[in-house]
Ligand binder design. Sequence first.
Ligand code: ADP
Ligand code: MG
Length: 344
Amino acid sequence: MSGKELEMGEMGEFDFIRSIRDGCIFSRQNTVMGIGDDCAVIGPYGDKVLLITTDLLVEDIHFILESIPPEHLGRKAAAVNLSDIAAMGGAPLHLFLSLAVPSATKVETLHAVCRGIKELCRRYRVNILGGDTSSSKDGLMISIAVLGEAPMKEVLYRTGARPGDLVYVTGKLGDSAAGLLLIRHEASAPDSIASPLVRAHTLPVPHLKAGRLIAGSRLASAMIDLSDGLVSDLGHVCEQDGLGARLTESALPLSGPLREFSVINGLDPYVLALSGGEDYRLLITVPFRNREPFEKIFEGGKPCHVHLIGEIVETGGMRMVLADGTEKEVDLKGFDHFARAEQK
Ligand code: ADP
Ligand code: MG
């Protein structure tokens, strides 16, 4: 007897992606990496490879049109793609923009979205080379694809971490999650605290310079950008080889505004740092022997600060060393589109 057919809400985003991975490659030629990393990698062309990534932003899932200036929405839609190029150690080159638009949408809103995309593209010298435009029956959808390049030998993948490797992040964690709570009116704070947090959510900065420097140094073993939350994304780094991680709670980098926000709202900032998504920092693993030269790259905080937050360990699961020296299992999840739908 066949039971009820499995629904996406029961399967989850990541199991679904795994379930479609087989049978996708029909010619290995020029395919270095397909489904499973921040970008697909094709080539080599000379000593370089092309990097390709795409991300979809859906109204009322990824953004509330009334809660974000459309220019910022455009910048964010482009930035999250550039962040995936950064995560491979690449430089972005070209962008394609596809829109599905309800008929009642004001043209000026779309023009503003495009201005935001162009603004970010101008800053990183990325060309906008095409796309597609369709009507939509239910909300605005923005799909962006970005092409980039990197020297073949420098590309960093999610896989490659080994037990004993150190875990670093490029910048503070959890601000974006706090910003989202503020935007949804699920938390409150005075302007001086709220505005940097909301900004972290609406205007994430892709860490392209840091990504290139790290890849060019050849000192790291793996890299990923933090889009779904530290627990989830570090989980991807550990996944392939059944590895685990031991993090140090006091080492998790929290901003001043996040600490104050958490006190005001009675929230645990570490939970936001661990499971809140959309920080768009890079997470890097570095073999212990490379610690000094790696940290030297970021001496003086340029192009950003890196924070050592823990290490990779042999056995699966994630553990946290607390201030009193005791260890506990990290029992949190990152963002999964369909897991969240289940929670209601
Ligand atoms: P990221 O958060 O870095 O954008 P995702 O978690 O969205 O990465 O995706 C992980 C991998 O799964 C990527 O290689 C992506 O291209 C692939 N992927 C996601 N959804 C699909 C899909 N519908 N069809 C094919 N590949 C997909
Ligand atoms: Mg990514």
